[in-house]
Design a protein around this ligand. Structure first.
Ligand SMILES: Cc1cc2nc3c(=O)[nH]c(=O)nc-3n(C[C@H](O)[C@H](O)[C@H](O)COP(=O)(O)O)c2cc1C
Length: 200
């Protein structure tokens, strides 16, 4: 963090289960920037994920430029609106939101980490999502908020944005994750109990 008054060490270290049970999608952020060491710590956690045939098919694009984040958001919104125009009766909440000019799909978070994968590797998509969960849990352990922004995937895979973000042609943006300092506390959302199909 450039200034990290909001990041307070917990009174006791969180266990892995504490982190899993408290992680939640954060959609309100302060303008505080993450410093390089913090982002690097998240990337180091991401690459500890399991990876099929030890391929490690991932690479990461880090975007901290707020103007560029806004531009990516606008491209993503345009794509959704164009898709919506093909289905004129679509009145989904998403379409309503993207029609608002001020809506930022990245919720003004100070960083976006795009996990990219070389999909020539057989389980690259799974590997990228496992890396994403590691990254989000590590961020939660550090008192940071995260949210997957699936909404950005199509925009991030346009040739223009791939070039701008240094994503090589053979790689695909798989998991865009925003990271920042939460503006306030968010409670974890409920889940149904695990449905057990067999316990033999
Ligand atoms: C693949 C994927 C894509 C998602 N895309 C978005 C998104 O574009 N915008 C958003 O606000 N949340 C997005 N989310 C977050 C989900 O809405 C959120 O994980 C879900 O509501 C459960 O809430 P929780 O993460 O707080 O437990 C996405 C989550 C996943 C797994």
């Amino acid at each position: 963090m450039n200034s990290s008054p909001e990041i307070k060490p917990s009174s006791r270290p969180l266990s892995a289960l504490d982190v899993i049970n408290t992680r939640c999608s954060v959609r309100r952020y302060t303008p505080a920037k993450l410093d390089r060491a913090t982002v690097q710590a998240l990337l180091d956690a991401a690459v500890r994920a399991p990876t099929a045939i030890h391929a490690e098919p991932w690479a990461f694009a880090v975007v901290r430029d707020m103007k560029l984040l806004r531009q990516i958001s606008d491209v993503a919104k345009d794509i959704v609106v164009k898709k919506g125009l093909q289905e004129p009766n679509d009145t989904s909440r998403l379409l309503e939101m993207v029609r608002q000019p001020e809506f930022n799909i990245f919720y003004d978070a100070s960083s976006l980490i795009v996990i990219c994968g070389n999909l020539a590797s057989p389980f690259a998509v799974a590997d990228c999502w496992l890396a994403a969960e590691n990254l989000m849990l590590a961020a939660c352990a550090l008192g940071l908020g995260t949210c997957v922004i699936g909404f950005a995937v199509d925009a991030l895979n346009t040739p223009e944005l791939k070039t701008r973000l240094g994503i090589p042609a053979e790689m695909t943006a798989v998991a865009p994750i925003i990271v920042g300092v939460p503006a306030d506390a968010t409670a974890a959302s409920p889940r149904k109990p695990a449905q057990v199909l067999a316990w033999k």
